[in-house]
Ligand binder design. Structure first.
Ligand SMILES: [Zn+2]
Ligand SMILES: [Zn+2]
Length: 241
């Protein structure tokens, strides 16, 4: 593989994952047949099905401000521990339906977070996100989205153009396996300026990490090897004290 391999969708016990950051790092380094350059921790943040309902801005601060800081601290400390061995990025997975009304607050709470991925956005949601994607302080992507199913009434052409214009990256996820060589979406993607992230949505089964070389090989065959989403660590000076 010509491009650095990143694995950008891993959960830890901070949300609903079973493996710690250190265990995830070691598992990625132990993978046979593929050299992983970096991993992204991408825990569920903000409103989740198990968090309490947020009605006011003050609730949001009370429930999530401290939690988010703890999360960023955990990932940044791991980044120091693994420096020189594996890059670690700090991502966040955000449930679209549960958070679409608090996006303004979320945008101001992303200090130290390198990228966000939204799950379960419908077409109205993607449109709304696209309209504001450039106002976000970090790259914005769509998590594990089966385009034909999630946007059933919108043409793929319109979806891909919306992603390209808004610079929203698309995640190729283990959940979409097996991938067909005839998949219309993956034939269309290379014709547009959309970057693609690769993620396994690791929760409690590390065997999904073996999907990484499979997905990277597929992207290379599809001509997407030059369009991989490359995360970047946001500068520390952006962090508020
Ligand atoms: Zn989860
Ligand atoms: Zn996830």
């Amino acid at each position: 593989m010509s491009q650095p391999v990143y694995s950008l969708h891993n959960h830890t016990p901070f949300s609903d994952g079973a493996y710690t950051v250190d265990e995830l790092c070691q598992a990625h380094l132990d993978l046979a047949g593929v050299k992983v350059a970096g991993i992204g921790i991408c825990d569920h943040l903000f409103c989740t099905p198990s968090s309490r309902e947020v009605k006011a801005e003050r609730d949001f601060e009370r429930l999530f401000a401290d939690e988010t800081r703890q999360y960023v601290k955990m990932v940044h400390e791991a980044r120091q521990r693994w420096a020189g061995k594996l890059e670690i990025f700090c991502g966040a997975e955000i449930n679209w339906p549960l958070n679409k009304s608090v996006l303004d607050q979320i945008r101001t709470r992303l200090d130290g977070i390198d990228y966000v991925m939204f799950g379960f956005a419908d077409w109205a949601g993607l449109t709304q996100l696209a309209n504001q994607a450039r106002r976000w302080p970090c790259p914005v992507g769509l998590a594990h989205t089966e385009v034909a199913r999630q946007f059933p009434n919108t043409s793929m052409d319109q979806v891909v153009r919306t992603l390209a214009n808004a610079r929203i990256f698309y995640e190729l996820s283990s959940k979409l396996l097996p991938l067909s060589e005839d998949d219309r979406w993956f034939k269309l993607l290379p014709q547009h300026r959309v970057t693609v992230a690769v993620g396994t949505d690791t929760h409690d089964d590390l065997s999904c990490l073996r999907d990484l070389p499979v997905m990277y090989a597929y992207l290379e065959r599809r001509g997407l090897g030059e369009k991989l989403f490359a995360p970047a660590v946001r500068k520390e000076e952006a962090l508020s004290a």
